[in-house]
Write a protein that binds this ligand. Structure first.
Ligand SMILES: [Cu+2]
Length: 345
């Protein structure tokens, strides 16, 4: 089950009608909820194209964040089990372009096995549950939770990959890790046509990818702006700090020095297209994990030079539900069982 926010102040489940529907002053309206997704005011954009077009509508979202805290979180029940750190040395996440044919095949086979088990759909459902408040389009808290939440999410996926890979390749000397896809590189050709999971909305194979602009995915200059020139970002938020400016640009809300939109994470989703452009169900496409591993790697690189920068998160906002870890548990990748093969942009 997942929840959606609507600007009318109606809170409803998109999957079933057993979820609570809450009307709140002063947003109660007599007209029915608009599900046309044609108005700019609608706050659950279905695609990353819409997310990009929406900008960062902070004014309306702060109220909804409050609604979420008071009314939704208590209804959601317990967190998923804590995943302990795996034993042994950390695994190395590699550039997908450098991955051996054996590892490419092992990755694809492990994903197929997770799909067959039903585990893959369980993982996708974590991302479809927008009540976890893990994207900037959900407001300021979502902006600050974006990096920590997705880091924890990738760890969950990586450990599931390793679990099934140990069965599929019992003699393997190296554990699988999530590869990363540098945005300036072309789409990983070894994943062409590889869409083994069904669209959770329809139960049928997802639409094929587009892999074309617009929007542009970030080039080398854009990535340099995101990581090294983050201080030029003007978020308009109160109490903005280095962390605010960096995550704002990396997620995809930023500006280039000439004032044009700075392509970041959001733009990569829209550029790949197909189900990657679906805000909720994008992890259905396995390239999601490679795209987010690059987000995570760029954060890791930035962290080395900006170790004291912190998101403005306190209390339960700091806990990356449905898991039990707080932001503080997610600062160091080695603690989570992985390192990157390169810390160059
Ligand atoms: Cu994403």
């Amino acid at each position: 089950m997942y929840y959606s926010y609507c600007v009318q102040g109606v809170l409803a489940s998109s999957e079933s009608h057993i979820a609570p529907v809450v009307f709140l002053e002063p947003f109660v309206r007599s007209k029915k909820m608009d599900h046309s997704h044609k108005t700019g005011a609608h706050l659950h954009p279905k695609t990353f194209d819409e997310v990009i077009a929406l900008g960062f509508p902070l004014d309306k979202l702060e109220l909804l964040k409050d609604i979420h805290k008071k009314l939704v979180k208590p209804l959601l029940g317990g967190a998923a089990a804590f995943a302990p750190k795996p034993p042994g040395a950390p695994v190395t996440r590699q550039n997908q372009a450098d991955l051996s044919p054996e590892k490419r095949e092992a990755f694809r086979n492990a994903v197929v096995r997770l799909v067959e088990e039903g585990k893959y759909l369980e993982l996708v459902q974590f991302h479809r549950d927008m009540s976890h408040d893990m994207h900037g389009m959900m407001g300021e808290t979502g902006l600050y939770r974006f990096l920590g939440w997705h880091r924890r999410y990738l760890v969950e996926f990586e450990r599931e990959l390793q679990r099934v890979d140990a069965v599929l390749r019992p003699g393997a000397t190296e554990k699988l890790a999530v590869p990363y896809w540098r945005w300036e590189d072309p789409f990983p050709a070894w994943l062409n046509g590889f869409l083994p999971a069904n669209d959770p909305d329809t139960g049928t194979p997802p639409p094929s990818r587009k892999n074309a602009s617009p929007p542009q995915k970030a080039n080398a200059t854009d990535v340099d702006i995101i990581v090294n020139q983050f201080s030029i970002q003007n978020t308009g938020l109160n109490n903005e700090n280095d962390y605010t400016k960096f995550t704002y640009g990396l997620e995809g809300w930023g500006r280039r020095p000439d004032g044009t939109s700075l392509p970041g994470h959001n733009h990569g989703h829209a550029w790949v297209g197909g189900i990657m452009n679906n805000t909720m169900s994008s992890p259905t496409d396995p390239v999601f994990w490679l795209h987010h591993a690059e987000v995570d790697r760029l954060w890791h690189i930035w962290q080395q030079a900006n170790s004291s920068a912190e998101p403005n998160l306190s209390g339960s906002d700091r806990i990356m539900d449905p898991w039990g870890e707080s932001y503080d548990d997610l600062v160091d990748t080695e603690d989570l069982g992985y390192v990157y093969d390169s810390t160059s942009l």
